[in-house]
Ligand binder design. Structure first.
Ligand SMILES: Cc1cc2nc3c(=O)[nH]c(=O)nc-3n(C[C@H](O)[C@H](O)[C@H](O)COP(=O)(O)OP(=O)(O)OC[C@H]3O[C@@H](n4cnc5c(N)ncnc54)[C@H](O)[C@@H]3O)c2cc1C
Length: 344
């Protein structure tokens, strides 16, 4: 018999060496079964839908408290188009895919956490308790709790160029990409309340700023006055196309024939937000008028046992916020489960 890891040694002590020959999931269930107060009634304690910052951080929090979780991810992370992850101390500028890879590697130390590179097609509450989920692999598994960390979809203006330049020269957020664009010829693509919110932020990065309302302007009076005072150009003509060379923006081509040179644009997503899956609706979770899940202070949604974390429940769309909310959801579940089990 080769040398055993500490975890294997623990399994062998508790269950006998035969337990080491079982499949990982069965072995996990067997270890749980050996601890009388932690009876394993489900395939996993928690289903985590989404392996972005929110889901991965929730998984780590659960793993550190010996809870089991299956993190399902179908590789549609929000920041995928971007080359750099910014505003994250210690990981400044890292490639987002590299960040996810490292996070997964970190999670490898927690035996109770498993991954499935699959889409969660459905989740339903079971009459006998907990939830049952169907995966795109065909697997059907049961869980005590669910964390929805499925993120939100970006809806871009339809003109050619927005999709190609998204995350490269067209950005959603000045905190994530503004510093690198400071002092450049910038444009804010927004109208109405979103323009009033976004324009002053972008003006903090450059005074060479144009507001593209991409159609007739519908702006609050105070914003119009401030725009005049600050000499920000207002362009109402619809955008025909973004002219670019590779991922470098050259100019904005307008329906009225004008071509306006710009280095980068900000096009913040306009609420209501749309989650990447319909699982929340399937489960009956209520949403706010912004399209975000309603949650309590531990990120439990309006459906008992279903938690939400990340972009789908906050307007603060950043990796650190998503991670923080993942930790909150994970901790909420740990606390709920352990208190319940201890008191029973
Ligand atoms: C272009 C761009 C660049 C950005 N750059 C930065 C930056 O530099 N710094 C920063 O702090 N923030 C940045 N952000 C914001 C940041 O990406 C998000 O706030 C963060 O990714 C949210 O994390 P999340 O876990 O909630 O969602 P996501 O990262 O979107 O992850 C959700 C995951 O859930 C999976 N999923 C959804 N439905 C299912 C299902 N049914 N089954 C299985 N899996 C499913 C998806 O495949 C996806 O991987 C950027 C955003 C964009 C759009």
């Amino acid at each position: 018999m080769p040398a055993l890891s500490r975890r294997q040694a623990l399994k062998a002590t508790v269950l006998g060496t035969g337990a080491l020959l079982q499949t990982p999931m069965r072995a996990e269930a067997a270890v749980k079964g050996a601890e009388p107060h932690l009876k394993m009634k489900y395939d996993h304690d928690v289903l985590i839908v989404g392996g972005g910052p929110a889901g991965l951080s929730a998984g780590m929090t659960l793993g550190r408290m010996l809870r089991s979780a299956l993190i399902c991810d179908d590789s549609r992370p929000r920041n995928a188009p971007s080359e750099h992850l910014n505003n994250f101390p210690t990981r400044e500028g890292i490639h987002p895919a590299e960040w996810r890879k490292e996070a997964r590697k970190n999670l490898g130390k927690y035996d109770t956490i498993q991954f499935a590179d699959a889409t969660v097609l459905s989740v339903e509450r079971r009459n006998e308790g907990g939830f049952i989920a169907e995966l795109s692999t065909g697997a059907r598994q049961t869980f005590s709790r669910v964390i929805l960390a499925d993120g939100v979809q970006d809806r871009l203006p339809s003109a050619p160029g927005f999709k190609e330049l998204w995350g490269k020269a067209v950005f959603h957020c000045p905190f994530c990409h503004g510093y690198e664009a400071r002092g450049l010829a910038l444009g804010t693509v927004a109208n109405g309340a979103m323009a009033a919110h976004a324009l002053p932020m972008h003006f903090g990065l450059t005074q060479d700023l144009i507001l593209f309302t991409n159609g007739k302007a519908d702006l609050p009076v105070e914003l119009r006055e401030a725009i005049d005072r600050r000499k920000v150009q207002l362009v109402e003509s619809p955008i025909r196309e973004l002219l670019h060379e590779g991922t470098v923006l050259k100019a904005v081509a307008l329906e009225d024939g004008r071509i306006i040179k710009r280095d980068a644009l900000f096009a913040a997503p306009v609420p209501p937000f749309e989650t990447k899956s319909k699982l929340g609706e399937m489960l009956g979770c209520e949403k706010t008028e912004l399209g975000l899940f309603k949650v309590n202070e531990m990120n439990e949604t309006t459906v008992k046992g279903v938690y939400a974390a990340g972009d789908n429940m906050t307007r603060q769309h950043s990796v650190l916020h998503a991670s923080g909310h993942g930790v909150t959801a994970g901790a909420g579940i740990v606390s709920d489960m352990l208190h319940g089990e201890f008191m029973r």
